[in-house]
Ligand binder design. Structure first.
Ligand code: ZN
Length: 267
């Protein structure tokens, strides 16, 4: 069958599947662009985005635009060396902007990690004010986070886990019991409470936290609240032991208990 020249696409004769894939591309890229835009506004509505995030989003939008431009090329609406060179230039710029964004974001991530390490090590942070803050501040922070959404319980657990793995694990000796004691020393130094190792076996440990800064003496709310602490223990041990570690808080001020009890499961 002979096709008139205007029905010839760069992939050969026009066909319905080709038209559908073009429509899907166009709709998908436009929806994707709107989504990135709205997502960006939602997350950065309260504070300006870092340059790295701006670059990353710009790169994603540029790649969307470049994909959209493939449609007129497919149907020979756009053609010729000039527009092809322009199109490939756009492709190159999109890739550079996108990877630049990734690279800067990675730098920002490393800067946060560096700062967390410095906080743990530093003797004195402030000049005139003491470094102690009122215990009420972290408690209000943790309670308000959990007040916003139950999702923050796992956010706190994973934040603690990441901190434990990246920063605390480096400070730990070998052996499960010495490890837990060293975590206890860090807890004590930070005023988080007195950690006591109650029981240790090869795959399980039980630790208690007396007068824990997050939940000691609180009004029971029918659920545990020391997720950051649980995560921190889990992350530190997991990174040091190079084995899966899960920590569950079974007794907590949030449940009306006099101390916190964490069950550590290894492997
Ligand atoms: Zn607790």
């Amino acid at each position: 069958m002979e096709f008139p020249s205007w029905l010839l696409t760069i992939f050969g004769p026009f066909s319905l599947p080709m038209l559908f894939s073009s429509i899907i591309t166009a709709v998908g890229m436009i929806v994707g662009g709107i989504f990135i835009w709205r997502w960006y506004k939602k997350f950065y509505g309260i504070a300006p985005a870092s340059f790295g995030s701006k670059l990353l989003y710009a790169g994603l939008l540029l790649i969307g635009l470049q994909q959209l431009l493939e449609v007129p090329f497919t149907y020979n609406v756009l053609g010729g060396t000039g527009s092809l060179v322009g199109y490939q230039l756009l492709e190159l710029v999109s890739a550079v902007v996108l990877f630049g964004g990734f690279w800067l974001l990675e730098g920002e991530r490393l800067a946060i990690e560096d700062e967390l390490g410095r906080i743990l090590k530093k003797e004195h942070i402030r000049k005139e004010m003491p470094d102690t803050v009122n215990l009420k501040l972290p408690r209000m922070l943790v309670q308000s986070l959990q007040w916003i959404s139950v999702g923050y319980a796992s956010a706190l657990y994973f934040a603690g886990k990441k901190l434990g793995a990246a920063i605390i694990a480096k400070e730990l000796p070998s052996g499960l019991k010495p490890m837990l004691n060293a975590v206890g020393n860090i807890f004590m130094d930070l005023g988080m409470g007195r950690l006591e190792v109650v029981d240790v076996s090869a795959t399980k440990a039980i630790v208690r936290l007396y007068e824990g800064s997050t939940a000691y003496g609180m009004k029971p709310i029918n659920k545990p609240v020391c997720f950051f602490e649980s995560g921190l223990i889990a992350g530190a041990l997991e990174a040091k032991l190079k084995n899966k570690v899960m920590v569950n808080e079974v007794l907590c001020g949030g449940l009306g208990d006099k101390y916190e009890e964490f069950v550590v499961r290894i492997g």
